[in-house]
Design a protein around this ligand. Structure first.
Ligand code: ADP
Length: 139
């Protein structure tokens, strides 16, 4: 991933032995991944780490998890950033004039559920969960 390389960020892809298949619009899922990954890379300083993985969670849903060791999101900002056009208030953001549409769009994709855990200065874990009804399980 060029963006990660340019910023000396270690991009780790956690291996999944038998990846479940998702009944989904490939374009939209790609968009979700690109959005979560580019946010993670964008908000992680040089030398940081971004880890992406997928797993089946309790209830049988598929979770795509993107974890970074970046600037994090403050508790006040967390509820806001899920709204269209929102951006966190931190000084870091003033250098990034983005649309603030990525997360809301991600959330709207395929009845997905978006969970964000974050700590300022430590990093962010974004989990995009897709309902088990959308999984195609191998026989
Ligand atoms: P955009 O990236 O276009 O601003 P998003 O909806 O994807 O729009 O993100 C909204 C805001 O949420 C970002 O501007 C940023 O403040 C915050 N944010 C999203 N992902 C992260 C992350 N991994 N680490 C820190 N802040 C983040």
């Amino acid at each position: 991933h060029g963006l990660a390389e340019n910023h000396a960020i270690n991009l780790v892809i956690e291996n999944y032995e038998n990846p479940p298949r998702l009944r989904a619009d490939q374009r939209k899922i790609k968009q979700v991944l690109i959005n979560l990954l580019s946010n993670a890379v964008k908000f992680t300083p040089d030398g940081g780490e971004v880890v992406v993985g997928a797993k089946i969670v309790s209830g049988g849903d598929l979770a795509i998890i993107v974890r970074d060791s970046g600037v994090g999101i403050s508790e006040q900002d967390l509820p806001r950033i899920m709204a269209p056009f929102a951006q966190a208030d931190g000084s870091f953001n003033r250098h990034h004039d983005d649309t603030g549409l990525g997360l809301p769009l991600t959330k709207a994709t395929h009845q997905g559920v978006l969970e964000i855990e974050s700590e300022v200065g430590v990093g962010t874990i974004v989990t995009a969960r897709f309902p088990r009804e959308r999984l195609i399980t191998a026989a």
